[in-house]
Design a protein around this ligand. Structure first.
Ligand code: AMP
Length: 514
């Protein structure tokens, strides 16, 4: 496959139209070039999630201040192109400045208050330029998904807001920071560093690492963590901090106590180079992806339960405004209708012939644990589910059943709140409509039960029998209902224990599903 080199918007639009006509999904990875492993990690993530990948390379003049490094920003288009070709990227969009900003251009996006603090305060107008060019690129390429790096955390939040506030039909995926061996975040601007500077620069990430260790050791006061950051950086007088702060990622307000999802932001100067870095605090052992979820998708008030957040990390819950396979990476903005059309139909091979829908609380939350995982990974959830339904493997399962999860990844830990269930029920109600010939629904576990009773059948909380009581006598229960999505005939509902519920097992209900 050869990589297409596109320089005009006209050609780009043609390319997108071609991709659309073949019903392929399209990813955009916007960059300013001088590519390194950080950029390439976004490309790899995009390849894992989309059919066709476009990488844009455009050093955007409107995001640089008059005294900044626009003119000398590193540019190496030929090398970038070779790298992207070796990754079999489908197209590289490298337009000229006049193609993006033709004479008479005068409309800009104002990203609001978040665009005016920290990086926005040091670089006035920077985020106005970023938001404007990203909106333009999204409109030009019209991707299904766009990929950004956590490295530029404030930029991520600005773009996340842009997508939500302007109802852009794109799903945003944020990828963790790729670092050098000594911890320095990879950046095109690292090319400005002398060998000596390069050593000093690693103090930025070292200071974040120390703050993280202190937080995990039990220090929750941000003042103490910031003192440690300053102490570490001050060892090198040439490294001057522009700011160091620990903020709530939704408001960018400094916080007195660290919560899971709080973010430490750092910016410093070393000679002529300006470097930024950040750290998301999370429960010990949490993956970079989980930390991103905590920072970008949880509501501030939901991040900790109880007075001491660290003590309650197991109960940590997320309520995400958008949807489902966000467990894979992070934030999403996609209206439900597009979501259903693009992602759901791919999961369920034959919507017409599906007679039985299985709804399980958080069922496919772990991509490796889902029966839809390709290639399939044996796992306890699937094995017990197959026993319950009387099938031997995922092939048999997929031929007869469709699986969806009730709470999706809007919740983790062992509590799912009412608001989360209601939010996810919106999608569940639409999903039900996708299966016109549904005869039965198997409900796995208490959360799916509560969601179904409250938000699909619309029953009053006081009228809902406690789950344990309902299942007490035979380990499962059954009722026949008329669903709002299926008004022509009755649908049989089976309530069972969740397959991962250790202490109770539902006997096989296979004979009733014939
Ligand atoms: P830039 O070329 O600096 O505009 O970056 C293009 C995209 O790559 C942005 O979404 C950045 O956040 C992302 N990026 C840059 N450096 C890194 C890194 N070290 N790790 C992950 N993503 C990065």
């Amino acid at each position: 496959m050869t990589t297409r080199r596109i320089t005009t918007l006209f050609e780009m639009k043609q390319f997108t139209a071609e991709v659309r006509s073949r019903a392929k999904s399209l990813a955009l990875v916007p960059t300013m070039g001088a590519l390194h492993e950080g950029h390439l990690s976004l490309v790899r993530q995009a390849k894992a999630q989309c059919d066709v990948i476009v990488v844009s390379i455009f050093v955007n003049p409107t995001q640089f201040g008059p005294a900044e490094d626009f003119a000398r920003y590193p540019r190496d288009l030929e090398n970038d192109f070779d790298l992207l070709e070796s990754l079999t990227v489908h197209a590289v969009l490298a337009p000229s400045s006049t193609e993006i900003y033709p004479a008479g251009f005068s409309t800009f996006v104002d990203p609001g208050p978040i665009g005016t603090v920290f990086e926005g305060a040091v670089r006035p107008g920077h985020f106005r330029g970023v938001a404007t060019v990203v909106l333009k690129l999204l409109n030009i390429v019209r991707p299904d998904m766009a990929f950004f790096g956590q490295k530029d955390f404030q930029q991520v939040v600005v773009i996340h807001r842009l997508i939500q506030d302007l109802n852009l039909p794109v799903r945003m995926v944020v990828c963790p920071i790729v670092r050098e061996a000594d911890g320095l975040a990879k950046s095109s601007r690292n090319l400005y560093l002398s060998i000596e500077d390069r050593k000093a620069a690693s103090l930025l990430s070292l200071s974040l690492k120390r703050a993280e260790e202190m937080a995990q050791g039990g220090e929750g006061e941000t003042q103490k963590l910031l003192e440690e950051i300053h102490k570490t950086v001050d060892v090198e007088p040439r490294l001057q901090l522009d700011y160091a702060a620990i903020v709530d990622p939704a408001s960018f307000e400094p916080v007195p106590q660290v919560l899971p999802g709080s973010v430490a932001l750092l910016a410093g100067r070393l000679g002529t180079a300006r470097l930024i870095d950040n750290l998301i605090f999370g429960p010990p052992g949490s993956t970079p992806e989980l930390k991103l979820q905590l920072a970008l998708t949880a509501h501030a008030a939901d991040k900790g339960i109880g007075a001491t957040p660290r003590a309650d990390v197991d109960n940590l819950r997320l309520s995400i405004e958008n949807c489902r396979d966000c467990a894979a990476v992070s934030s999403i903005s996609l209206p439900a209708r597009e979501f259903l059309a693009k992602y759901l139909k791919r999961d369920y091979p034959d919507l017409q012939s599906t007679r039985v829908l299985v709804i399980g609380g958080c069922a496919p939350i772990d991509p490796d644990g889902s029966p839809y995982c390709r290639p399939e990974t044996p796992n306890p959830f699937a094995t017990k589910l197959y026993d319950l339904l009387g099938v031997r493997n995922s092939g048999e399962f997929k031929a007869r059943f469709a699986l969806t999860d009730a709470a999706r990844c809007h919740a983790i830990g062992n509590r799912v709140d009412e608001r989360t269930l209601e939010y996810c029920a919106k999608h569940l109600r639409q999903e039900l409509k996708l299966f016109p010939n549904l005869q039965s629904i198997v409900i796995l576990g208490e959360y799916a039960y509560l969601q179904f009773q409250r938000h699909i059948l619309g029953r009053e909380r006081a009228r809902i029998k406690p789950f344990g009581e309902l299942l007490k006598s035979q380990g499962w229960a059954q009722e026949t209902v008329r669903l709002p999505s299926h008004t022509e005939r009755d649908v049989r509902i089976f309530y069972c224990y969740h397959p991962t519920f250790e202490s109770k097992k539902t006997p096989s209900i296979a004979p009733y599903l014939e």
